[in-house]
Design a binder for this molecule. Sequence first.
Ligand code: 13P
Ligand code: SF4
Length: 305
Amino acid sequence: MTDVSVSTRIRQLAQDLGAVILAHNYQLPEIQEVADLCGDSLGLSVAAAQSQAPVIVFCGVYFMAETAKILAPQATVLIPEPEAGCPLADMITAEQLRAFQADHPGAKTVCYVNSSAAVKALSDLCCTSSNAVEVIRAAFSPKDEILFVPDRNLAAWVAAQLPDHRIIPWKGFCYTHHRLLPEFILQARAAHPEAEVLVHPECPPQVTAVADQVLSTGGMAKHVAASSRSEFIIGTEQGMVWRLAHDHPDKVFHHAFSAMVCPNMKKTTLSHLLAALEQRQHAVTLDPDLAAAARRGIQAMLDLG
Ligand code: 13P
Ligand code: SF4
């Protein structure tokens, strides 16, 4: 079957099942094109929480589908390629978090949404890259000690925005974003002096320091749509450059570093998506008590937002 006929079949099956297909902005172009909605972690979580669909098919990495299941327990949540994980999320286990908390009695715990349900269940508050600064500012006072897990780069970005807060980072990082170096930004700026530089807060602090804007992928989409500028340098996973170029054919986008590819985000193919719908396969399952405990911090985030 050609890609077009596979996509047509996917849309037909989704309609027959009453399924909604959600895709992260880093997914392959053909997956983004066949999805009902593309977005960042927050946008897709909100979509899952508000969805009335009996079936949610989540094209992304595992923690994202798991978050959708936590927020929509009544729905069947399918992940077409369950082997698509997030190495950043895997950088802290529940056991490691318990030990971290034991070393800091009385501290509050904030988990980035890129974490397992077990880590979320031990956290006071969840956040995404688009709301981390706002929800931490709203939820905690500067006298609180805050353990931030698992991404040290997002923790550093939040700490720079909230200099009075006491943020203690876990040591995790995203391999894909960690590869972006400040010299690549400087080279891209020299080659494209009119362009505005947008980077993701998972990039190292030396990179966020030389960017014009530090934004989640959804924040980048909104910023570009509202901007009168016509040229941008994008410092995040390369799927986002496709998303922006697709939505804004009148604007020009340059990769800050074209080797920024998340292999896990590229694992989901049209064949996986078709098989998931045909066989209703790879449903996310979660212990109800664990899901309820993990939901508290996510709900607290959504309520603050
Ligand atoms: P966004 O929520 O900004 O899309 O980020 C998710 C992610 O995994 C970034 O690597
Ligand atoms: Fe995880 Fe990084 Fe891939 Fe995002 S880009 S899903 S943080 S490994």
